[in-house]
Each structure stands twice: as structure tokens, then as C-alpha cells.
Design a binder for this molecule. Structure first.
Ligand SMILES: Nc1ncnc2c1ncn2[C@@H]1O[C@H](COP(=O)(O)OP(=O)(O)OP(=O)(O)O)[C@@H](O)[C@H]1O
Ligand SMILES: [Mg+2]
Length: 503
């Protein structure tokens, strides 16, 4: 098809003047948007811009207030996700909508069991289906045992099997391995060739430029414009998203690190994921740990911070200011001065039903040397306010919003704030800007640098190479549960780092 032909095709999804309000404010306002068969349409925008809200309306998870939603020429108002699925819309959730206790094959054909009441037959058909997508996943595997990337692949295969017309992916690449990421893109292209429309949400501009046929940018719930491939241009898109230019430049230190390490990790081991992991952290320095998803970095961090336990024998040593330590609970570690800020915000980062202020204040209290007898509302307000500003948490109703209602990126900002209201000795920050919009990344990097300049020993774990290179004073590369290489950031180019992480 030529470019012109594609433009003449009738859209499979069309939103006209769609609005959605929460309380008095608009999450989406008069949105016009469409998806054509066989196109990948990227949806970009800052945290809280309304991207997830838009796709939730299309997938029937929430209802719109005004405007019309047309699917395949028919005006629709979905009451449930099932209505949307019946109309051919498949939503691939990041957290996954598979039944964890069932096998991959059972999940693929859920709801069609009568046709496949023979388990062996079910597995054969499932294998064929997965192979036709080039997904290397065993149909007999339990869904719960799969990684995020693989779960998404199963969902995509299921969508195609059910003749979906549109597949929606909300930040599918946020926490997958580089190989899975590639697989995802290949499968998006395959969907495209089958004439299926794809909505693709991402914070990585390069992904959108490389993979999308069109890009729509949202800002504060309003569409700023839709660009076709020839119009793709970094500066234009950033301007539409943020309203100013942003660069992820290197943040340089304002001091020399102390000569004595505050944290020494020696041969820490928790098989099979962590093996003889050793490194040190110095006050005033940011040490970056680069590696692929699954290299054992988060597990090592959790051992250090008392969340996971290593064996007493041959589990390795951890010293804080020269003294050997072993924490019973994360709270003990925190009181001793070690804070770990999780990458897995959904599972362990926050209290979903509490407000932003309560979440930040609880984090603050948890770091206090003694458990306070009284909650001081004044203190809660001032601490929360300070950190909401610092991390640019954006929400429609800051005083009422619970964490559940925040957009993904804004949740991440609260998780960071919660861990950093008090100055620790050591701050281990795991994937600090996952899901954070590109306008705010430089601010968060500046915050992390300020911590180090203030004398904190900062350990940043990141699978995002530009981030490691922008932040770290020293780069460690983790591979198979151990530190495999160390680099000076000046000499570490992308090839060297990737080589060390993979080979
Ligand atoms: N159930 C809800 N109640 C109140 N406000 C909500 C609710 N759901 C979303 N919002 C608000 O609507 C706005 C848009 O949120 P949305 O999740 O669509 O953003 P997003 O573009 O997906 O951002 P991110 O990149 O951070 O995921 C946010 O300000 C959010 O706080
Ligand atoms: Mg979102």
C-alpha cells in the first residue's frame, strides 16, 4: 500500500471529541484520535497526560463522559472490558491479565475449553500458535512463572487467535530484557502485516520513531497533534510533549567522593540469582550498576537492605562503616542508614488506597530513629508539599488523589519521594526513572546528584544505558549475579557496556 492508500482506509477505531473528567478536572478533553488497520500508532505524552485513560476507554475499562467512540463504523459505549474484547479490541496489560496458576496453553484458549477438552491436543495447537509468532514459550509452562515480556507475548498470541482488530500495548517495553523488546517489536510488525492496528504507548522516543507509522502527542489531556512518518522529528515531538527542549545531559559532581567506603559488599551470594557479588560505595559518589534485566542486581540490593535474607554460611559479608551488618527487616536497615527504593512499585512501592501526602509521610516516619507516638498533620503537609514539588508529581486533585489513581510515572515519583525525605548514608535506587516522562528525568537526575553532593553514597541500578552514562561516577556491570566489569564513565561507550553485560 502506498502512503496515500493508507490514508484513505477507514479507521478501525475513531474517537471524536472524547472527554473524561475526574472530579472537576479533565483527564481527557475533546480528544480526536484514530487507528487504521495495519498501522502502528504511538501515543506519547508526559506523566499524567492521559495516555492510559484514552486506551482504558477504548478497552472498556472506564466509560467516557462525552464524545463518540466508533469501532469499525459502529458507535460504541463499552460497559465492560468484555464488550470491548467482543468488538475486536485486545488490551495487553503490563501487569498481565493471564491466570497465573494455569498453563500457557490453557490461557491461550480460555473460554473455548469445549473445543479443546483434550489436554494433549490443546498443547499441540498452542505450540503451533506460539511458533507461528516465533515466540519460544512452552505451552505447558505455568503462566505465573513467565517473565513480563513472555506474558505479553502470550497475550499477543491470544489476541491474534481471537481475531482482534486492534491490539493495545501500554508501555510494553518498560521492564523487559533487550531480547524480549526486540521480539515485541517483531511481533508488532507481524500484527501490522496481518492488517491489525496497534496502539503503542511508550516514554522512549526512539522506539516510537523506529516502530510507529503515526505519532499522536497528548498534553494535559488534550491532543497536541498527530504526525505521519515523514514529519517525525525529535525536537517537534519534545516541544509538543513538554513545551520546551530537554536534554539528558551528564550531571557532574560538585565534590570528590570520600576515600573510605561507607558500604562494602563482599561475596554476597544467594543462589541461583546472586553469586559472589562484591562492590563498595563511597560517600559523595554515584556508583551505577548497569546490566540486563535478570542480572541479579535488584536481589543483591534487597539482601543489602534487609528485604531478602542470605545464608549465614557462605552468604558473604556486608559492612556499613566498617562494621559487619545483617538486618532482620528493611526497617532496621533503614534506621542504620540504608534505604532501598524499589523498581517494582506496583508490588511493593506504595499504599494504593492512601493519598500522596500519607504515602510520603509514612516513608518519612519509617525512616525515623524511634517510632513516633503521634502523627503530626502539620509536618505531614509540609514534608509532602516539599517533595511533591521537588519530584514534580502532577495530578488532577493533589489533595485528594490516592496513589491508585495516579498515572504510572507519577506513582514512581512518589515512590522516590517516600524513600528520600530523610538523608540516608546509602541510597540504593533501582530503575529511578522507569516510566517517568522525559521532561522530568533530568530533574530526577539532578535530585540524585544533589544527594551525592550532600554526602550520601548513592547506588543507581539501571538497565537504561543513557541513564547510567549520564549519572554514574563509576560504572559497574552486573552479569549472571556478579559484577563482571568496572568502567570509568568517560571511557565507557555503549558498545563496551553492552559487550560486558552480555558476553
Ligand atoms: N480513577 C481516577 N481517579 C482520579 N483521577 C484519575 C483516575 N485515573 C486517572 N486519573 C488522573 O488522570 C490523569 C491522566 O492519567 P493517565 O493514567 O491517563 O496518565 P498517563 O498519560 O498514562 O501517564 P503515565 O505516563 O504516567 O502513565 C492523571 O492526572 C491521573 O491522576
Ligand atoms: Mg499510563
Amino acid at each position: 500500500m502506498t502512503e496515500q492508500d493508507v490514508q484513505d482506509v477507514q479507521p478501525v477505531i475513531e474517537l471524536a471529541g472524547i472527554s473524561k473528567r475526574y472530579g472537576g478536572t479533565y483527564a481527557l478533553r475533546e480528544v480526536n484520535f484514530d487507528v487504521r488497520p495495519g498501522e502502528i500508532h504511538a501515543l506519547l505524552g508526559e506523566n499524567g497526560a492521559g495516555k492510559s485513560t484514552l486506551v482504558k476507554i477504548v478497552s472498556g475499562a472506564i466509560a467516557h463522559d462525552n464524545g463518540t467512540l466508533t469501532i469499525d463504523g459502529r458507535v460504541q459505549r463499552f460497559a465492560t472490558p468484555k464488550d470491548s474484547a467482543d468488538a475486536g479490541i485486545a488490551m495487553v496489560y503490563q501487569e498481565g491479565s493471564l491466570v497465573e496458576s494455569m498453563t500457557v496453553a490453557q490461557n491461550l484458549f480460555l473460554g473455548q475449553e469445549k473445543v479443546f477438552n483434550n489436554l494433549a491436543h490443546l498443547n499441540v495447537v498452542a505450540r503451533e500458535l506460539l511458533e507461528s509468532h516465533n515466540f519460544h514459550i512452552r505451552p505447558e509452562a505455568t503462566a505465573g512463572a513467565l517473565g513480563i515480556g513472555q506474558k505479553q507475548m502470550v497475550e499477543i498470541a491470544r489476541a491474534v487467535h481471537r481475531d482482534a482488530k486492534v491490539v493495545i500495548l501500554d508501555e510494553p517495553t518498560a521492564s523487559v530484557t533487550p531480547e524480549e523488546r526486540l521480539q515485541l517489536f517483531l511481533s508488532m510488525r507481524r500484527l501490522k502485516r496481518k492488517g491489525i492496528g496497534v496502539i503503542f504507548i511508550t516514554h522512549m522516543l526512539d522506539e516510537a520513531f523506529d516502530e510507529a507509522d503515526r505519532i499522536t502527542v497528548l498534553r494535559d489531556g488534550e491532543v497536541q497533534g498527530t504526525l505521519a512518518k515523514p514529519e517525525f522529528d525529535r525536537e517537534t515531538v519534545v516541544q509538543m510533549m513538554v513545551g520546551r527542549n530537554v536534554e539528558m545531559g551528564r550531571v557532574t559532581p560538585n565534590r570528590e567522593p570520600d576515600p573510605t567506603p561507607v558500604l562494602q559488599v563482599e561475596d554476597v551470594t544467594l543462589l541461583p540469582v546472586v553469586r559472589n557479588m562484591s562492590f563498595s560505595a563511597y560517600p559523595g559518589e554515584i556508583v551505577g550498576i548497569y546490566g540486563l534485566v535478570g542480572a541479579g542486581r535488584s536481589e543483591a540490593a534487597m539482601i543489602i537492605s534487609g528485604i531478602m535474607k542470605r545464608r549465614r554460611l557462605r552468604g558473604g559479608k556486608i559492612r556499613l562503616n566498617g562494621r559487619e551488618v545483617r538486618f532482620r527487616t528493611p526497617r532496621h536497615a533503614r534506621r542504620a542508614g540504608i534505604v532501598y527504593i524499589t523498581e517494582d512499585r506496583k508490588a511493593s512501592g506504595f499504599f494504593g488506597h492512601l493519598s500522596i501526602a500519607d504515602n510520603i509521610y509514612l516513608g518519612h516516619l519509617c525512616g525515623s530513629p524511634r517510632l513516633p507516638m503521634l502523627i503530626r498533620p502539620g509536618e505531614r503537609k509540609s514534608v509532602a508539599q516539599r517533595f511533591v514539588e521537588r519530584f514534580q508529581v502532577r495530578t488532577l486533585e493533589p489533595n485528594r488523589a490516592t496513589l491508585e489513581e495516579l498515572s504510572g510515572g507519577n506513582q514512581q515519583k512518589v515512590v522516590l519521594a517516600k524513600g528520600l525525605t530523610r538523608k540516608p548514608l546509602v541510597a540504593i535506587i533501582d530503575e529511578p526513572t522507569r516510566g517517568v516522562d522525559l521532561g522530568t528525568i533530568p530533574e530526577i537526575h539532578a535530585m540524585i546528584r544533589a544527594l551525592a553532593d550532600d554526602g550520601v553514597a548513592v547506588v543507581v541500578i539501571s538497565s537504561y544505558m543513557p541513564e547510567i552514562r549520564a549519572l554514574a561516577d563509576r560504572i559497574l556491570v552486573a552479569k549472571h549475579g556478579t559484577i563482571a566489569a568496572e568502567f570509568d564513565p568517560v571511557e565507557a561507550d555503549e558498545t563496551k557496556l553492552m559487550f560486558a553485560a552480555v558476553h
